[in-house]
Ligand binder design. Structure first.
Ligand SMILES: [Zn+2]
Length: 136
């Protein structure tokens, strides 16, 4: 029997929350205070504005995100080098070094942001979506 004060719970989809860097527990609050590419450095919120989750679970928690960022960076550099080889067929190593390093620098804000998103959404045991924490 449904209580009259209970409102129907809508389960929010995971992928929009991941793409938009939302809280892993309620999928509503923003993880970051500013945009990915801009003139200011990236600033991560300390807690979720909706459910109050503290994003840094313990001191040094985000050091693990460096490993995720490293894996993303290697995947991007390999992709750029393979694409360069397929598209140009060049044998000049400086072309590959230059393009791989350029891709690394250009994509570093993306890697910073989504390494933390991946850490919070997929790699943290015990941190899951709670439908009752969502305001919908
Ligand atoms: Zn939240």
């Amino acid at each position: 029997m449904m209580n009259t004060t209970d409102k129907p719970q809508i389960k929010l989809a995971a992928w929009p929350a991941i793409v938009h860097a939302r809280c892993p527990r309620c999928r509503q609050g923003n993880l970051f205070a500013n945009s990915m590419y801009g003139f200011h450095s990236q600033k991560m919120n300390k807690t979720c504005s909706h459910c109050g989750l503290t994003y840094e679970r313990e001191p040094g928690y985000f050091y693990v995100a460096m490993f995720v960022s490293y894996a993303l960076n290697v995947a991007e550099m390999v992709t750029v080098c393979v694409a360069t080889s397929v598209l140009t067929g060049s044998m000049n190593p400086w072309l590959y070094v230059g393009l791989a390093l350029s891709a690394s620098v250009i994509l570093s804000p993306f890697n910073f942001r989504y390494s933390r998103v991946a850490l919070l959404h997929w790699l943290t045991p015990g941190l899951h979506y709670h439908r009752e924490r969502s305001p919908l």
